[in-house]
Write a protein that binds this ligand. Structure first.
Ligand SMILES: *Cc1c(COP(=O)(O)O)cnc(C)c1O
Length: 346
């Protein structure tokens, strides 16, 4: 099937949103007879799938998301891609899928980036090239059991700066839905968790909130996630706290900010955080690759609205954490060993 491919001249980098564009190349590898193919760049954005694929019927589909940052010197950085490689393997283990070797995963990221390098937005626009590695089970399988063949792909699409101005706080709300069960797949980046979150998110949006505060699925008392991002709060006495729970998705941004917080002089800790104990926090935010940090202006729970630092302005710690982490990602400042990974472009 031939399709119109995107051209670099199609894009106004300053006004890009978060949408799919059909770039010239994606990287694909296939698992069959117990082993992975070497993988190669392909031009067709459509994948032929058997109608009895477990990825279509039984939720054997998992993914990752990370960005390519254009540096000031014209080069390109990935941020801690080894963490994404390991997380995809952990997700695969939970869903009984064939693990993608780290070497294949990293090679896929690099090949897709190099082949589509004209689509890495310029430094200073806040726009990036988003990479979406994913894996799903093939068929034919009718009974509920794992597939014996899998597809691994990495596609790329340019995305705009999350905040076109500065960091802007938004409002969140709790509701009765869970995104994942206790003992379920919450710690895997599985497509099914996203399917389960859509109705909850839609109702929150319709009520004027930016997203849902998911509480722990057993007691509905402790904070788990904010939409598809991890939560942090900074206490009045200088502690950076983020929830600890087996049903939270382990965010690469979260683990990076835990280290950055310590570096900036906060005491960082993963711990239980009750929805009834928000008064301890001077600032709060959501963490994930898309926005790095999204400041949380308020959380409404059982009709009571709790305002953190401000509903309109970002707090000083939140801004410092954001500035330091993004400076490392873009290569403006040196970070811990192995965080910024150069992608060869020639
Ligand atoms: C992907 C994801 C995050 C953020 O993880 P990052 O590695 O920081 O991008 C947080 N929560 C959920 C549910 C996610 O799927």
């Amino acid at each position: 099937m031939s399709q119109e491919k995107a051209q670099p001249s199609d894009f106004n980098w300053e006004e890009l949103g978060f949408e799919y564009h059909d770039l010239p190349y994606r990287f694909r590898a296939y698992y069959k007879d117990g082993k992975w193919s070497e993988g190669s760049l392909e031009t067709d954005s459509n994948i032929p799938v058997n109608e009895a694929a477990t990825g279509l019927h039984y939720g054997q589909n998992i993914f990752e998301g990370l960005k390519v940052y254009r540096r000031q010197d014209g080069g390109a950085n990935l941020f801690r891609p080894d963490r994404n490689a390991k997380r995809l393997q952990n997700s695969a283990a939970r869903l009984m899928m064939a693990p993608v070797p780290e070497e294949l995963f990293l090679r896929g990221l690099k090949e897709v980036t190099k082949a589509n390098q004209a689509f890495i937005p310029p430094y200073g626009t806040g726009a990036t090239l988003y990479l979406r590695p994913f894996e799903f089970g093939g068929g034919p399988v009718v009974g509920v059991h794992p597939a014996d063949n899998y597809v691994f792909e990495v596609y790329a699409t340019p995305v705009g700066a999350y905040y076109k101005g500065g960091l802007t706080p938004t409002a969140y709300v709790t509701n009765e839905y869970d995104r994942a069960a206790h003992g379920g797949t919450g710690a895997a980046k599985a497509g099914g968790n996203y399917g389960a979150s859509m109705l909850a998110g839609d109702e929150a949006h319709a009520a004027g909130y930016s997203d849902v505060v998911y509480l722990d699925p057993r007691l509905h008392e402790n904070i788990e996630e904010l939409g598809s991002a991890n939560f942090f709060g900074i206490t009045k006495d200088g502690r950076f706290l983020t929830p600890k729970s087996p049903s939270i998705l382990p965010s690469v941004t979260k683990y990076s900010l835990l280290a950055v917080a310590e570096e900036l002089g906060l005491r960082a800790e993963e711990t239980t955080i009750s929805i009834n104990d928000l008064d301890q926090f001077a600032e709060a935010g959501a963490m994930g690759t898309a926005a790095v940090i999204s400041p949380v202006g308020s959380i409404t729970h059982n009709g009571n609205k709790h305002v953190f630092y401000s509903e309109t302005e970002v707090g000083p710690w939140t801004q410092k954490l954001y500035d330091r982490l993004t400076a490392i990602q873009y290569g403006d400042e040196k970070g811990p060993e192995g965080w910024a990974v150069d992608v060869p472009l020639n």
